[in-house]
Ligand binder design. Structure first.
Ligand SMILES: NC(=O)c1ccc[n+]([C@@H]2O[C@H](COP(=O)([O-])OP(=O)(O)OC[C@H]3O[C@@H](n4cnc5c(N)ncnc54)[C@H](OP(=O)(O)O)[C@@H]3O)[C@@H](O)[C@H]2O)c1
Length: 318
């Protein structure tokens, strides 16, 4: 028995739309779901190129880590799967599903859960976040960053500042709730001054960038802080600007900087599961704006290499 799927046969080539074996459940909690929508998240691209830290290097593979599908009992669910979501049928662990109400747009849920979950979990599980605290988002121009602005406000943040390198997208962020934005440029001194002016006394930093922009921002913010003993919680979520940073030891001694991360391993599967339900509710209720680029799965190969539209998540529909 076969189905249509996106199939990776080489880590150097985008997936192709092909016939592929239907997955067969092999564990007690495993069932199949008819896939309605699956998101093309940065993590999915990293997996399909064999570069993610969880990759086992085995090919062929069907990419896709999550999606929305219909189970055999007729329930529509959001699911997380290690087995490939970009296919007509996916293997789903029933312990890692959350019901999606029928009136909720499957493509919106598939687009939003991965980028939104990062800041949702960061603020609800990683820091003792209090209403009114201020938040800086590094990499606010991406899908996860745009959602982080909205989620910080939804969870009670006071001032929220978005920083990114795309001026056109930065200009759109006040509509999502940003109180201020900072343009990150190659001019390190002027960027440091702008960051210090907008966010020196911030309580929490949600960071999708890492690399040089984040290292520079840490120094800029900490040295400009009015009260250096006031805690600054830096939550590392993505490394889109570089995998490492160089951090002077003095940054940790001369200020109250606490660095931690969000991702598989930093938060338990049970912790994630507990947050999924409430996030589906927020998305379903329209409290988080989601921009979807809905594409037929048959167009996976050409879509994979096309430049993504800023602030819009591509979702494949089988
Ligand atoms: N740990 C987790 O749980 C988790 C969850 C979700 C996402 N993430 C990670 O978070 C990161 C962002 O995800 P996303 O969904 O927002 O991706 P996205 O929608 O593709 O957005 C990425 C953004 O990063 C910007 N960018 C790229 N290189 C940059 C640089 N050197 N300096 C400044 N901005 C840069 C891009 O803007 P331009 O228009 O300027 O190119 C784009 O706006 C990814 O690394 C992703 O893997 C982690």
């Amino acid at each position: 028995m076969s189905m249509n799927a996106a199939v990776v046969r080489s880590f150097d080539h985008p997936p192709r739309y092909e016939e592929y074996d239907l997955p067969v459940p092999s564990r007690p909690d495993e069932v199949v779901a008819k896939v309605l929508a699956a998101g093309l998240h940065p993590r999915v691209r990293t997996d399909a190129s064999g570069r993610h830290y969880t990759s086992d290097g085995v090919l062929p593979m069907v990419p896709g880590i999550d999606g929305v599908g219909v189970l055999e009992d007729g329930r529509t669910v959001y699911f997380v799967t290690p087995g490939g979501a970009m296919a007509e049928v996916a293997l789903v662990d029933t312990k890692r599903t959350v019901s999606v109400p029928e009136n909720v747009d499957a493509a919106k849920v598939a687009a939003a859960m991965n980028p939104a979950m990062s800041s949702w979990v960061a603020l609800r599980r990683r820091v003792p976040f209090k209403s009114g605290q201020s938040v800086l988002i590094m990499g606010a121009t991406g899908n996860a960053g745009g959602m982080a602005i909205q989620i910080a406000k939804l969870l009670g943040a006071g001032r929220v500042v978005g920083a990114g390198r795309n001026p056109a997208r930065l200009a759109e962020l006040s509509a999502l709730g940003a109180d201020d934005v900072v343009l990150l440029t190659d001019d390190a001194d002027s960027t440091a001054r702008a960051l210090a002016q907008a966010a020196a006394d911030v309580d929490i930093v949600i960071d999708y960038l890492w690399g040089v922009p984040s290292a520079n921002a840490m120094t800029a913010l900490l040295t400009a802080r009015a009260d250096r003993s006031k805690s600054m919680d830096w939550i590392e979520i993505g490394a889109i600007a570089g995998p490492t940073i160089e951090l002077p030891s003095v940054a940790l001694r001369s200020a109250n900087l606490r660095i931690q991360g969000v991702g598989q391993g930093a938060v338990s599967p049970e912790g994630y599961k507990a947050e999924l339900r409430s996030l589906v509710e927020e998305i379903g209720a329209g409290r988080i704006e989601v921009n979807v680029n809905e594409v037929s799965l048959a167009e996976v190969e050409e879509t994979w290499t096309a430049r993504p539209v800023a602030g819009k998540r591509t979702v494949f529909v089988p």
